[in-house]
Design a protein around this ligand. Structure first.
Ligand code: HAM
Length: 418
C-alpha cells in the first residue's frame, strides 16, 4: 500500500474556517500602516543565498542552520527568504529609492521559511507582516514603528502583551562590551553554573537568563551593555523612550535583550504574549543603521519590525469568544433552493446574482428540499430563495424565518432595495 502524503514537517494547511482570523490580522495591520504612509511592496520568495548570508549575518543561527537553500538549474545558489528586511533593503537599493523622499516606508506580508525544530508556534513556513522605514536615523522613526506595532496588537485584542525594549549601540561598543562581560564572568567563575561557565566564549549573554542561584548573584553586579553605550546612542535611546512615554506605551527595559539577527544597532524591541508559552514572541524588530552599507549601498539608516501572524492567530484563538467573534461572519447572500426540474434555473439565477455582486449559492449534490434548507443554513446564507414549480418563488429570511413571495425575474431589484 502506498504511504499517505502529509504536509511537510513544520508546515500546515490553513483551512477555510481558519482564514477569517488571519485575514483580520493582516487587514488591521494594513490599515494602520497605510494610514501612516507605508506603501506595500512584495519581494520574491527566494533570493541569492549571499543576500541573507551577508544581510542576516554569517554567525546567526538562521544563516548557519535554518536556511532552505537550493541550486537552480543554472547552478546559482538560492534561498527561500527567512525574513524580509534584507530583501526590502536590496530592493531599496535596486530601485534607487535613495532619491525618493526619506524615509521610505514600506510594508509587506507573506510566507517566510526557517528550518527550525517545529513546536507549537514555531514552524518551518510561517507568515509575517513586516514594516520598514528606511533613510532616517531620527528617534521619531523608532517611536513611530513601535507605536504602530503596539496599536495594531491592541486593536487586534491580543491580551497579556509585554513590550521589551533595549538598545544595542554600535557593533564596536557591543564587541568591547562582550569582552568586558567575558572578563567579568571569568573573574567570578567559581559562582557560575557549569553550563554558563562552558558558554563564556560562545554566548556570555546567556548568563543573564540563568536560573542558577549562584549565577544570578554574580549577574546582579555584572556590567550591562546599556551602561556602556556611547553618549550619542544613549541620547538616541533616551529620546525613543521619552516619545513612547508621551504616547502612553508601556515597556520593560531589558538590558539583556538579544535577537537572532546580526544587523541590529541601537533600538531593539520585542513584543511577547505571556499566554503563548515557549514561543511567546509575537513580533519584534529594531534599528539597522549598517545593513544597507553591508549590502553594498551608501550608509543609510533604517528601522523596522515583523509581526508573527501565526502566533498572533494562536493567541487570539486562545481567547474566549475571540474565535466566535471571528467566525461571526454575518449571514450574507442567497441560497437558491430548487426542485430537480428547477436546477438549471437555479444556476442561471445564482449566476445573475453573482454578476451583480450578490453572494449566491445552490445545491450541487442532489439534496432533497430539507437537505437544501439545511445547506442554506450551513453556508450562512441570509436568504433562501425557494423556487416553486409555478414560476413563483419564496424568499425566506434565514435568521427571522420570515417569508414572502417574490418574482424570480425581479429578484436582483428586490434584493438590492432595502
Ligand atoms: P524575527 O524576530 O526573527 O524578526 O521574527 C519576527 C516574528 O516572526 C517573531 O516575533 C515571530 O512572531 C515570528 N516568527 C519568527 N520565526 C518564526 C517561526 N519559525 N514560526 C512562527 N513564527 C515565527 C525578523 O524577522 C526581522 N526581520 C524583523 C525586523 C524587520 N527587524 C527589522 N525590520
Amino acid at each position: 500500500m502506498s504511504e499517505k502524503f502529509k504536509a511537510p514537517r513544520g508546515t500546515f494547511d490553513v483551512l477555510p474556517e481558519q482564514q477569517p482570523i488571519r485575514r483580520r490580522i493582516v487587514e488591521v495591520a494594513r490599515r494602520w500602516l497605510e494610514a501612516a504612509g507605508y506603501g506595500r511592496m512584495d519581494t520574491p520568495i527566494f533570493e541569492d543565498t549571499d543576500l541573507f548570508a551577508r544581510g542576516v549575518g554569517e554567525s546567526t543561527d538562521i544563516v548557519q542552520k535554518q536556511m532552505f537553500t537550493f541550486e537552480d538549474q543554472g547552478g546559482r545558489s538560492l534561498t527561500l527568504r527567512p525574513e524580509a528586511t534584507a530583501s526590502v533593503c536590496r530592493a531599496y537599493l535596486e530601485h534607487g529609492m535613495q532619491t525618493r523622499a526619506q524615509p521610505v516606508k514600506l510594508w509587506t506580508e507573506g510566507p517566510f521559511f526557517r528550518h527550525e525544530r517545529p513546536q507549537a508556534g514555531r514552524y518551518r513556513q510561517f507568515t509575517q507582516v513586516n514594516a520598514e522605514s528606511i533613510g532616517s536615523d531620527s528617534p521619531l522613526v523608532d517611536a513611530e514603528m513601535i507605536l504602530l506595532a503596539s496599536d495594531i496588537v491592541a486593536e487586534l485584542g491580543v491580551e497579556g502583551v509585554r513590550l521589551r525594549l533595549g538598545s544595542l549601540g554600535t557593533p564596536e561598543t557591543r564587541a568591547a562590551y562582550l569582552d568586558e562581560l567575558r572578563t567579568y564572568l571569568r573573574s567570578h567563575e567559581g559562582g557560575l553554573s557549569e553550563e554558563v561557565r562552558g558558554r563564556i566564549d560562545a554566548n556570555p549573554l546567556r548568563a543573564f537568563d540563568a536560573e542558577h542561584e549562584g549565577t544570578r548573584q554574580v549577574m546582579e553586579d555584572a556590567p550591562t551593555l546599556m551602561d556602556r553605550l556611547d553618549p550619542a546612542d544613549a541620547e538616541h535611546f533616551a529620546e525613543v523612550r521619552a516619545l513612547l512615554d508621551r504616547n502612553g506605551v508601556s515597556y520593560d527595559i531589558d538590558p539583556t535583550l538579544v535577537r537572532g539577527l546580526d544587523y541590529y544597532t541601537r533600538t531593539l524591541f520585542e513584543f511577547e504574549c505571556e499566554r503563548l508559552g515557549a514561543q511567546s514572541g509575537i513580533g519584534g524588530g529594531g534599528r539597522y543603521d549598517g545593513l544597507i552599507e553591508q549590502l553594498g549601498g551608501p550608509a543609510t539608516p533604517g528601522c523596522g519590525w515583523a509581526l508573527g501572524v501565526d502566533r498572533i492567530a494562536l493567541a487570539l484563538e486562545q481567547e474566549e469568544g475571540a474565535a466566535a467573534a471571528e467566525a461571526d461572519e454575518q449571514r450574507d447572500g442567497v441560497f437558491v433552493v430548487a426542485e430537480d426540474s428547477g436546477r438549471e434555473q437555479a444556476l442561471t439565477l445564482v449566476t445573475e446574482l453573482r454578476r451583480t455582486g450578490i453572494p449566491a449559492d445552490l445545491d450541487l449534490a442532489g439534496r432533497a428540499h430539507k437537505g437544501q434548507m439545511k445547506q442554506a443554513d450551513r453556508v450562512g446564507a441570509r436568504y433562501a430563495l425557494i423556487l416553486g414549480g409555478d414560476g413563483k418563488a419564496t424568499l425566506r429570511d434565514m435568521s427571522s424565518g420570515e417569508e414572502r413571495e417574490v418574482d424570480p425575474a425581479t429578484l436582483v431589484e428586490t434584493l438590492s432595495s432595502p
